[in-house]
Design a protein around this ligand. Structure first.
Ligand SMILES: [Zn+2]
Length: 292
């Protein structure tokens, strides 16, 4: 995260920041803070090495929320509608008042209605000069794909995730984030998942799920051989998914119980293949969708 923000700030200082950014993840407040800091960097009249000076008129107005070239869009009640976007659009195409850059901050971007997102898209495709649009959202997937695909994505992990990602190299970040999410934010389990390989794990779990849903023994048998460590890892991740499913109401509690039993039996030196087969049989009998 820290390194990613440094890159953004550097790009802003050098006036080569992408004109569409999509912040997503935890803490909209933190996202807002970063957006405002970038707006300051872009507009500060006497920047210092550490960043914006915080004392010039631009910096202060941005901090106080009354800079005329910083535009906000937020949901009225639950959505951001087309009227709001059209009004905003007029301001975007007006001349800059006093700032060097016009920065628009669109919060809860998932709340854009489809017509609103489509008019936004027109601005994105033909942006006025010296314009930066920052979308902020909990979940990037909730933003219309046509917008999503044009944006530079900046992911904001939560605190425990940040601690986990500390020191992870840039090219391993994506896999490390996936491992952490699969582990239910359990660092030990996430480490094991990374060692094993996220993709291998997801493939195996996906095939297991299909075998259960289709009650297909042949597909089940194709999942072996696996050793005890693998079986243990798969069962733990299934347990995390079942717990999340129970919270969402998509998984029934007996599934978690069955997985828990399988973990216990596996500890008693039982053949891992047998443990998984017994679990599968139990889930077959109860029927229904396994951890979806
Ligand atoms: Zn300043």
């Amino acid at each position: 995260m820290k390194r990613q923000l440094e890159h953004l700030e550097k790009a802003a200082r050098e006036r080569r920041l992408a004109h569409l950014l999509l912040f997503h993840g935890e803490s909209l407040l933190y996202q807002r803070e970063v957006a405002l800091r970038l707006a300051q960097i872009l507009n500060c009249s006497q920047p210092i090495p550490e960043g914006p000076c915080q004392v010039c008129s631009s910096c202060r107005k941005i901090l106080n929320g009354n800079h005329p070239d910083i535009l906000w869009l937020k949901p009225l009640k639950t959505t951001i509608g087309i009227e709001q976007v059209l009004k905003w659009q007029e301001k975007v195409y007006l001349k800059h008042y006093e700032g060097i850059y016009k920065v628009s901050i669109i919060e809860h971007a998932e709340a854009l209605t489809i017509p609103a997102a489509n008019s936004l898209l027109k601005v994105i495709e033909e942006p006025p000069e010296r314009t930066v649009i920052i979308l902020s959202a909990d979940n990037a997937e909730g933003v219309l794909p046509t917008i999503h695909s044009r944006a530079q994505l900046v992911y904001f992990p939560n605190l425990s995730e940040q601690a986990w990602l500390e020191g992870v190299e840039e090219d391993k970040r994506h896999e490390a984030i996936q491992a952490f999410q699969l582990s239910g934010e359990n660092q030990n389990l996430a480490t094991d998942i990374l060692k094993h390989g996220v993709q291998t794990l997801q493939e195996w779990l996906g095939k297991f799920r299909t075998a259960i849903q289709e009650r297909n023994f042949l597909k089940l048998f194709a999942l072996f051989p696996i050793d005890k460590n693998q079986a243990n890892l798969y069962l733990q991740v299934m347990a995390v998914q079942a717990q999340e499913g129970i919270k969402k109401g998509t998984t029934r509690p007996y599934e978690l119980l069955a997985i828990g039993n399988a973990v216990d039996v596996l500890r008693q030196q039982v053949n891992p293949r047998l443990v998984i087969e017994v679990l599968a049989l139990e889930l077959f009998q109860q029927g229904g969708d396994f951890c979806d």
